[in-house]
Structures are given as structure tokens and as C-alpha cells.
Design a protein around this ligand. Structure first.
Ligand code: HAM
Length: 428
């Protein structure tokens, strides 16, 4: 029956997978706390217009968009940035800056499903609003590195570029914003020839095409040297020169933080989203050729939504892809020692006492299950063993008469009779 399958691009998370996902989410939340980001929760369904405003053609065309029963054109969010910018332009508009905001949840894109690419996926998202300074850009890269390290991923590489360099060149050649957007989309997809053809067709000077071509080929791990070369290549294009200088400053701050971040600068790097105005980046691990996270600076979005002009920089991490990378690198989850308990009544009439003792244990913050299948002790213990439960509290007739129960340590295979009031002390 095909309706018993999940819809294409959608997945179930069975207990082990759900556990890993929640583990990453908890780490992301901890990183938010460590860097001073406050969590906000925004709706999955937003106005189509809001989400489409500066998403870029690539994402716009892949939105789950529909009319609701009230004839509103809405969509499932393909990312968080538009929602956060909406809030900063409205409800939080009078908040002092900087504003550091964190969100985590599911997002939706009608991408072609394949390994690491789904139609419903999860992001942890951080936005730093109100600062135009390079330390804000550096912070977003550093927190991304912190998250990757805290989940145990090794050999992360950051690819860093700057939209202001490419746009700076095109703006001074009077290329319309629409043309620039189309060029950037093509460059994002590495379709350089088509991109340069567009620039030529827009009647840009030969020098402009040449400069863009040279930039597209310029990348490497000697980041300061590459940043210097970018400055050289764009000499005479004032805005692009300033952008190259800004990139240099960001790199310098990351280096001075001694975060040991492996980075390459890619001068021809573009990203699918249209709102970027400055530094952009993505993070990868060698085992997987798709980005685990990406972000950048977008200084005009909040203004576009009717808010005060507010410079901003942010990042979203793909939790599903981080999961995949952890599995590929065989990264273990840190184990929390659990002292789970099962309470087993030996007779049906003791079930009320089982309910009472289990309630008492949970009140003391001890995870406790009750044997609800009416099984005999041996079967119930076998099942508890299989599920790695550490203790069984067995309610037997003889002990109960004396106000006691049997506490059995399933790992040590030892047991003793304990007064009911003292059971909690026994479970350590
Ligand atoms: P993005 O690069 O579109 O940026 O997405 C961020 C991350 O989401 C990607 O690096 C990837 O890990 C994950 N991702 C994207 N598409 C899929 C998919 N189909 N399946 C699984 N994972 C996927 C943004 O969303 C921006 N809002 C980031 C940002 C925040 N920029 C500024 N602030």
C-alpha cells in the first residue's frame, strides 16, 4: 500500500536516529548559550511573499507553497532567516543591538531527494543583528566551528568568499540587480561560462568580464595571500576593494582568535540566497561533498521588510547532514550514565503498589517503567536486560508484608531486600 510509505523526501526518525538528532540539537542549543544567543520559535507556515522576497530563484522555485482555506498565499519555511528578519523588523524593532537570536526546527524545500538532501530537514540557525563590524562575521564562523567540534566532527574546512567583491565589480559596471542575481545564481551552480555570457550580453566592459573570470579562478588555502590577490585584481573598483579589505579583516580576526579553523578563500564563490551582501561561507568535511552549514552577511533584508536599516550576519547548519557526517566519521555520542528502573509486581493485585513506587522514583528524577504486560518475573527481567535497564524493583508478597521490596541490580546480577522508603537510596 503506497500510502503506508512516507511521502517522497520525508523521513521517519526511529529511536536511535531521533536520539542522535536531539543530541545535535542539544549541542546547538549549548553553543547558542555559550555565545549569548537567545532562542526564538517561529511558525512553519509563513506568508509566501515574505519567504520569497530575497530567497533567490533556486529556493523560490522549490518552496512548498499553497493557498490556505482563507485564500492566503502561504508556504512552509525553506529557512529561518526571513522569519527572524521579520521579527527584528517588527516585534523586536526597539530592542537594543546587538541582537543574537537562535532557532532550531524543520524547514522544507522541494529538492531532488538523495543522500544528504531531503525535502524536510532540520536546521540550527543563528542570526547576529545590528553589527556591521568584521568581529560579527568572525563570530558566526567561530560558533559554527564550535558546533562542529562539540559534536566530535574532525577535519572541517571552511570555504569563505565575499559577495561584495563580485557585486562591487558588477555594480560599478552598472549591471542591474536582476542581472547580478542571475549571474550569482549561475556562479553558485558553477556554470561560469553561462554567467560570463550574461555579463557580456549586459554590455559590460571587457575589463569587467576579465576581472570576474580571474576572480572565479582564484581560490586556495593561503587565505591572506588570496585575499591580497583579490585586492590587486579589483583595483579601481572601489566597492569591491572595500569588500576585499573587509574579507581580509574577518580572516585576521579568526586567525587572532587561535581557533585553528581550516579555511580556503574562494573569490568566485556565490550562494543561492539573494540577500547576501558581504562575507559568505560554507563548512564541509572531506567524507561528504555537500555543505554541513552555510551563511553570510545580509545588510539590507530587515530594511526591505520595513524595519530600521540593520546590518546582520548569520548561519544555518544542516542537522541531518551533521548526523550523516557523524555516522560516516563514526563519531560516538557522549554517553550519559542512565539508571533506569523497571518495577515488576509479582501478582496482579500489587499493581497499585507498582504504580505508587514508580511514581515515587520518578518524583526523585529516576526514569522508571512499570511492567505493563502482566508477564512473569523471569520474562519481565529478560526484557529489561535486553533493553539495558539497570535496576528492577520486584514487588513480592513476602517482602511487601514487611514493607519492603527486592531491588535487583541487573548488571551486577545481585539483589537485596530494601524497605520501600529506602529504595531511592539504593538506586545510584
Ligand atoms: P542554506 O545554505 O540554504 O542557508 O542552508 C543551510 C544548510 O542547510 C546547508 O548548508 C545544508 O547543510 C542544509 N540543507 C540545505 N538544503 C538541504 C536539504 N535539501 N536537505 C538537507 N539539508 C539541507 C540558509 O538556509 C540560510 N538561511 C543561512 C543563513 C542564516 N544565512 C544567514 N543567516
Amino acid at each position: 500500500m503506497s500510502q503506508l510509505k512516507t511521502v517522497r523526501g520525508m523521513r521517519d526518525f526511529l529511536p536511535e536516529e531521533a536520539k542522535r538528532m536531539k543530541y545535535i540539537e542539544a549541542k546547538a542549543r549549548r553553543v547558542a548559550e555559550l555565545y549569548g544567543y537567545q532562542e526564538i520559535i517561529t511558525p512553519v507556515v509563513e506568508s509566501y511573499e515574505l519567504l520569497a522576497a530575497k530567497a533567490g530563484e533556486e529556493i523560490r522555485s522549490r518552496m512548498f507553497a499553497f493557498r490556505d482555506l482563507g485564500d492566503r498565499m502561504v508556504a512552509l519555511r525553506p529557512e529561518f532567516t526571513a522569519s527572524v528578519a521579520r521579527i527584528v523588523a517588527t516585534a523586536l524593532k526597539n530592542e537594543p543591538k546587538p541582537l543574537r537570536l537562535f532557532s532550531v526546527g524543520s524547514v522544507y524545500r522541494y529538492d531532488e531527494p538523495q543522500k544528504g538532501r531531503y525535502r524536510e530537514f532540520w536546521q540550527s540557525n543563528y542570526e547576529l543583528m545590528g553589527s556591521k563590524k568584521p568581529e560579527a562575521d568572525a563570530e558566526i564562523i567561530m560558533l559554527t566551528n564550535s558546533l562542529m567540534k562539540s559534536v566530535g566532527l574532525r577535519n572541517c574546512t571552511f570555504k569563505i568568499g565575499h559577495v561584495g567583491v563580485l557585486r562591487g565589480v558588477m555594480t560599478e559596471e552598472n549591471l542591474y540587480e536582476d542581472t547580478q542575481n542571475a549571474v550569482m545564481q549561475l556562479m553558485d551552480k558553477k556554470q561560469y561560462d553561462e554567467a560570463f555570457k550574461l555579463v557580456k550580453d549586459a554590455k559590460a566592459k571587457e575589463k569587467c568580464v576579465k576581472t570576474l573570470k580571474k576572480l572565479a579562478e582564484l581560490k586556495g588555502g593561503g587565505v591572506f595571500e588570496i585575499a591580497e590577490r583579490i585586492k590587486e585584481y579589483v583595483k579601481g573598483y572601489e566597492k569591491a576593494e572595500a569588500a576585499a579589505e573587509n574579507l581580509y579583516e574577518i580572516l585576521k580576526l579568526i586567525s587572532e582568535s587561535k581557533s585553528k579553523i581550516a579555511a580556503v578563500v574562494d573569490a568566485g564563490f556565490a550562494r543561492g540566497l539573494e540577500y547576501y551582501t558581504g562575507m559568505i561561507f560554507e563548512v564541509t568535511v572531506p567524507e561528504i561533498d555537500i555543505a554541513l552549514g552555510g551563511g553570510g552577511r545580509y545588510d539590507r533584508l530587515i530594511e526591505l521588510f520595513g524595519g530600521e536599516p540593520t546590518p546582520a550576519v548569520g548561519v544555518a547548519h544542516g542537522i541531518d547532514r551533521i548526523m550523516l557526517a557523524m555516522q560516516t566519521q563514526k563519531t560516538p555520542l557522549e554517553k550519559k550514565e542512565e539508571r533506569r528502573v523497571v518495577v515488576i509486581p509479582t501478582k496482579n493485585e500489587f499493581i497499585g503498589r507498582a504504580m505508587e513506587i514508580s511514581r515515587m522514583l520518578r518524583d526523585a528524577d529516576i526514569p522508571t517503567e512499570v511492567e505493563v504486560m502482566g508477564r512473569k518475573i523471569a520474562k519481565a527481567l529478560e526484557d529489561a536486560d535486553r533493553r539495558r535497564i539497570k535496576y528492577a524493583v520486584i514487588i513480592g508478597e513476602k517482602e511487601l508484608k514487611e514493607g519492603s521490596v527486592v531491588v535487583r541490580d541487573l548488571t551486577k546480577r545481585e539483589q537485596k531486600t530494601v524497605e520501600i522508603e529506602k529504595v531511592i537510596e539504593e538506586i545510584v
